[in-house]
Ligand binder design. Structure first.
Ligand SMILES: NC(=O)c1ccc[n+]([C@@H]2O[C@H](COP(=O)([O-])OP(=O)(O)OC[C@H]3O[C@@H](n4cnc5c(N)ncnc54)[C@H](OP(=O)(O)O)[C@@H]3O)[C@@H](O)[C@H]2O)c1
Length: 358
């Protein structure tokens, strides 16, 4: 689709916004991505497994996606903050890659783009780098607004609320509908929200969250929170589904062995005749969460999708429940000077304590 067509479809968005659609750096993307012609329906709902893209650097991201397509992945989990969207775009426009409407593409709005007028700017930059005209899912990456352009420093924007940002995201979802899927966000959702923050969105939304992406794995199960989402028809996307094996987390609880060496999980894998990674991911899917393991190694990418073959009985799920360690590995509260995950396991309990509930 030509940029001019996209601009027309932007409709209600301001002309300043429309004019800010960037072009890809260095003209790397010569070929337009296969657009989704209206007669081609996109896949009906978010696939249970996707390829995570955090920490997949440059060409590693491109190669990982090409491998994932070879091994029948139909779901990619990216974000502007992963600084690799141009490399993701290169994979999507590769001549061997499947047509756009046959896979699910998620990206996320970064904290510096929360001001309503910046939301379409961030969205369009992502579209341009990915070389696509729509996303299947666009998430608010964190319930935290930063002031833009502070030279790498994170300064909280006190004047922009999560509901302001949500309203602007709804415009992107409306644009998708108005253009019959040619441009916009097919679904919108949130990430890293507390129950209180979710409640704020649920009270005001016209288009309500399709999904919530947050950290959950055998060591941080949050089963009640997961159940709440299912009761409210919100999909749960489980990030860091392999718990503590992301090297970024190595200092959080160094005394805890990597989950792939946990005797409990080794025994589960042995019983199921699968690898430990497959058992852990298979459990994530069995509890109705969507798992998005990251790997840049083809062998592991193939191994991880093998988890779709692993099933669990109710009794086994109950046993695994008892193995919860309630350890959160991804919590930037201190760095950012905000209280995140209020009321959740290993989150902030400031308000609960103030209410005398502890
Ligand atoms: N919304 C958010 O705020 C948020 C936060 C965190 C993560 N996420 C999303 O969730 C995705 C997954 O989470 P994550 O990257 O934190 O962690 P993860 O997928 O649980 O683990 C990734 C680590 O495991 C290794 N690995 C993958 N498969 C393996 C296997 N079969 N055997 C041995 N090692 C294996 C990878 O190494 P190699 O790459 O070297 O194979 C990598 O170091 C992210 O990539 C991102 O898309 C979202």
């Amino acid at each position: 689709m030509k940029t001019t067509t996209i601009l027309t479809l932007l409709g209600g968005l301001s002309s300043t916004t429309a004019n800010t659609i960037p072009t890809s750096k260095g003209g790397k993307h010569q070929k337009p991505i296969h657009p989704s012609p209206p007669h081609h329906s996109p896949i009906s709902s978010i696939p249970p497994i996707g390829l995570g893209l955090w920490n997949s650097k440059d060409k590693d991201a491109t190669h990982a996606i090409l491998s994932a397509f070879t091994h029948n992945y139909t779901h990619l989990d990216g974000a502007a903050a992963y600084s690799n969207e141009e490399y993701v775009g290169l994979a999507l426009t590769n001549k061997t890659s499947p047509p756009r409407h046959t896979y699910w593409l998620t990206s996320k709005l970064w904290n510096t783009m929360h001001k309503p007028e910046n939301v379409p700017v961030g969205f369009n930059k992502t579209l341009s780098e990915l070389n696509t005209t729509y996303l299947d899912l666009y998430l608010m990456h964190w319930p935290v607004a930063f002031l833009p352009d502070k030279g790498g420093r994170s300064v909280i924007d006190q004047d922009t609320s999560i509901t302001d940002t949500w309203k602007a995201m709804e415009t992107l979802a409306s644009a998708y509908k108005a253009s019959s899927g040619a441009y916009g966000a097919r679904h919108i959702g949130v990430s890293n929200f507390s129950p209180r923050q979710l409640d704020q969105i649920m009270k005001m939304c016209t288009i309500c969250p399709y999904a919530h992406e947050f950290e959950t794995h055998p060591y941080l199960q949050q089963q009640e929170f997961v159940n709440w989402h299912h009761e409210h028809d919100i999909k749960v996307i489980a990030y860091s589904p392999l718990a503590n094996i992301n090297p970024t987390y190595k200092d959080v609880m160094p005394e805890l062995k990597p989950i792939l060496e946990d005797p409990f999980w080794e025994a589960v894998a042995k019983k199921k005749n699968c690898t430990v990674a497959q058992a852990v991911l298979g459990w994530g899917v069995a509890r109705d969460t969507i798992v998005i393991p990251k790997s840049v190694h083809e062998k592991r990418i193939a191994e991880n999708i093998g988890s779709m073959e692993v099933s669990f009985t109710e009794g086994e799920l109950e046993e695994i429940n008892k193995e919860d360690k309630k350890v959160r590995f991804n919590n930037p509260s201190k760095d950012w000077g905000v209280d995140l995950f209020e009321g959740l396991d290993a989150g902030s309990n400031r308000f609960l304590m103030a209410d005398g509930e502890l």
